[in-house]
Design a protein around this ligand. Sequence first.
Ligand SMILES: [Zn+2]
Length: 340
Amino acid sequence: MSRKKLQDLGVQLPLLPTTTVGSFPKPPELMKARADFAKGNISAAALKKEEEKATAFWMDTQEELGLDVLVDGEQYRGDMVAYFAESMPGFEIGDMVRSYGNRYYHKPIIAGEVRWPGPITVDWWKFAQRCTSKPVKGMLTGPYTVMDWSFNEFYTDRRAACLALAREIRKEVEALLEAGAKMIQIDEPATSVRPEELPLVVEAMHQVTDGLPAYFLTHICYGAFRQIYPSMLDIPVENFDLEMANNQLSLLELFREHRFAKDISFGVVDVHSHAIEDLKTVQKRLQQALEVLDPEQVWVDPDCGLKTRTVAEAIGKMRVVVEAARQVREQIVAGTKPVH
Ligand SMILES: [Zn+2]
């Protein structure tokens, strides 16, 4: 693990730290409040109160489950791109479009110079961090994905739009660091869609992270990984958070061919299925990971955000992740599992 970097930042984590990708389902009361707000029946302040209640619930839940690195759960977001676009001058909100299966969202339009309006997520990060003594990751959507999931009607090309966004998103990263965040996840799920643009993802991430004192993670999914691995390791982050369970761990074959040289948040439960995996299945996935990866580089988490699950399913899936990691950690410490 880039343990040295974490230690320099004052963060102590156990072997096989557990975390989640970022989003949790919104409890029914919050769903109702969002609908009421959309109809103009309640105030923004009343909605925010429900968002805070839901965030506090998820912070308590993560603590109780025993996760090591927590997230705020994104109770205040609709879509991961539209949320940032709605916050930043330069964007207009477009029509509803469908992408990636059943994902519907208002595709934003870049209609002018994009600008950071001042802290977007910082108050939520602070709120979440006040609820716990465990470290909370700052969570942002990366410039490449924001660009890719928006219409560009202003910049000359995709690269110009992406780099303009990178310059502004860096300011949000700096604001999170100033507030005390040590770990920042910059999600780039769109990375694997156009393999020929991987160099742009790398360039933009440099612009967002270079020289900043934090442990950076990125979540990538929907993967055509075969075409971007191993060059994707050039993305300047410490930890890649990858969907592994959903594709029967097939990426491990790639890692056998070419060593995975960074930390990995290894997805051990499928977020697309209602069924909660049993402990044995999840343990086995983790053990298979450790046949190829060094325990020092492995974090353990679900494949992707849990927001499409029910509250009970999300909790069930997190519980089995934590329990599997705990048992495998004990096996390693007891020396019954080979440490590379
Ligand atoms: Zn994902």
